[in-house]
Ligand binder design. Structure first.
Ligand code: NAI
Ligand code: MG
Length: 496
């Protein structure tokens, strides 16, 4: 059954069975298996796509290897750059359609899909296009105490890794394609990308654009499929030189295990449980609005979401009251309805997971200052929720819920809050709200997090390194740091 859209491209796209994109050709899975992806706002099937298995992974890796050893490596950096730039232009040309598909498949509000997900995806391709021509090595002067009198000419080269496997989640499906694929290709690698099984559609639409942009056959292959049957064989594949993964910390550890066979490189962007700390001297209305956005954006399905809210005693009641009021007023509904501010969760499983955490927290003595339950109906809707009366040992405080649920607690002084904020296995991001700039920078230094936001939240940029301390990951996305993740250094020494 196909959803009706006013956009003909969306309808045509949904009406066709999604195939695997291997060597710039559309192929069914060798097994003939398929699976369906539902619209989370209705639970009804949107489209059918191929279900890649290990033998399809083999075919995609072989295509990526041939492209790496062939045409892709023979292009100049400038030629690579132009292709990536064209991909960005095409993403923008198709922004409407991509946004609608993303909203249908993931549930998020369509304007958000268009002005955040699609816009950022294009921006990341463009930013990375600029790096193609700027990958440099160094020349060095050697001292070699054991070779007196000898002189050498030594230099380093920054080379691609080869074939990279990219495994991404469902919370920002197209944006995650761009986050991973753009730097991988900019650095001269070829790729096999597996989107999440919950949200395969925008990656397939992107595949069409990659082809139109002139990306040579086999440079980027896209396999729709499940974690255990397509992701795991990709992660374990001996023909893959690196895995770039975003998803749960649990699966991140499986990726590390799977990489063991050929010791492929691994970069991981994993879970979070970000502390968001509001001091009494902050601009309180701004902090209240910021704290609500920090958790409720994208239905709370954000790895860097501000999911632990800590408020200084004097303003605690005021802030909780303000955030709870915002939570209560958020219009939850179908992501394509113009009045919708928050869509459904991505899947029935995610709804069950979030409901289970909140029910557990309430049973342990937490109080719902807002929300606290599902919304019912045929979609996977959950009410924006604020939990107070939590204790540090509760699962809702310690574990990543990945839904519109914030746990709130109060604190006295700076020393206490740094310790509490850092009491987590995660360290992806953190927020600080204060008008005291010295305190802001002091606390920013003390927080164990890959990104710290001061008087703002969820601000990411293609130029700004992003990644985790502790169990939130290995390596950094974005900026020049991401280039380390997709290249290796060769040192060349010549006696002269
Ligand atoms: P997940 O980590 O299972 O899925 C992410 C990707 O990994 C998907 O493409 C999936 O197919 C793949 N995958 C799953 N098992 C695999 C395996 N054994 N080998 C290789 N690839 C595999 O995340 P899931 O189950 O969708 O969500 C569970 C929880 O994970 C969420 O509630 C949330 O807490 C967290 N999560 C964190 C994300 C982040 O951005 N850091 C994104 C998505 C989920
Ligand atoms: Mg999973």
């Amino acid at each position: 059954m196909t959803e009706i859209s006013a956009n003909k491209r969306v309808n045509d796209f949904l009406a066709n069975e999604g195939k695997l994109f291997i060597n710039n050709e559309w192929r069914s899975a060798l097994s003939g298996k398929t699976f369906t992806t539902p619209n989370p706002a209705t639970g009804r099937v949107l489209a059918t796509v191929a279900d890649a298995q290990a033998e399809d992974v083999d075919a995609a890796v072989a295509a990526a290897r041939a492209a790496y050893e062939g045409e892709w490596s023979s292009l100049t950096p400038s030629q690579r750059s132009r292709i990536l730039w064209r991909i960005a232009d095409l993403i923008e040309d198709h922004a409407e359609t991509l946004a609608e598909l993303e909203s249908l498949d993931n549930g998020k509000p369509k304007p958000q899909a268009q002005f955040v997900d699609v816009a950022v995806a294009a921006d990341v391709f463009r930013y990375m296009a600029g790096w193609c021509t700027k990958l440099e090595g160094n020349t060095l002067t050697l001292s070699t105490p054991y070779a007196p009198g000898a002189t050498f000419h030594a230099y380093t080269m920054r080379e691609a890794l080869g074939v990279v496997g990219l495994i991404i989640p469902w919370n920002f499906p197209l944006m995650m394609c761009a986050w991973k694929m753009a730097p991988a290709l900019a650095c001269g690698n070829t790729a096999v990308l597996k989107p999440a099984e919950q949200t395969p559609l925008s990656a397939l639409y992107l595949a069409e654009l990659l082809d139109q942009a002139g990306l040579p056959a086999g440079v980027a292959n896209i396999l729709t499929g499940h974690g255990e049957t397509a992701g795991a064989p990709l992660a374990a594949h001996d023909g893959v030189d690196k895995i770039g993964f975003t998803g749960s910390t649990e699966v991140g550890k499986l990726i590390v295990d799977a990489a063991r066979g050929n010791l492929k490189k691994v970069s991981l962007e994993l879970g979070g449980k970000a502390p968001n700390v509001i001091f009494a001297d902050a601009d309180i209305p701004a902090a209240i609005e910021g704290a609500a956005n920090a958790i409720f954006f994208n239905q709370g399905q954000v790895c860097c979401a501000g999911s632990r809210l800590y408020v200084q005693d004097r303003v605690y009641e005021q802030v909780i009251d303000g955030v709870s009021r915002i939570a209560g007023a958020i219009k939850v509904g179908d992501g394509r309805a113009p009045e919708t501010v928050m869509g459904p969760l991505v899947s029935a499983e995610q709804l069950e997971r979030v409901s289970g955490y909140v029910a557990g927290g309430l049973a342990d003595g937490a109080i719902a200052a807002a929300g606290g339950a599902g919304i019912g109906g045929e979609g996977f809707f959950y009410s924006p929720t604020v939990l107070t009366n939590t204790r540090p040992e509760m699962a809702v405080v310690r574990e990543e819920i990945f839904g519109p649920v914030v746990v709130a607690d109060r604190f006295g002084d700076v020393a206490d809050i740094v310790e509490v904020a850092n009491d987590s296995i995660y360290g992806l991001s953190a927020g600080i709200w204060t008008s005291d700039i010295s305190k802001a920078h002091r606390v920013a230094k003390a927080l164990q997090a890959g990104t710290v936001w001061i008087n703002c939240f969820n601000v990411l940029d293609a130029s700004l390194p992003f990644g985790g301390y502790k169990q939130s990951g290995w390596g950094r996305e974005f900026g020049h740091e991401v280039l380390q993740s997709y290249t290796q250094t060769k040192s060349v020494v010549a006696m002269i």
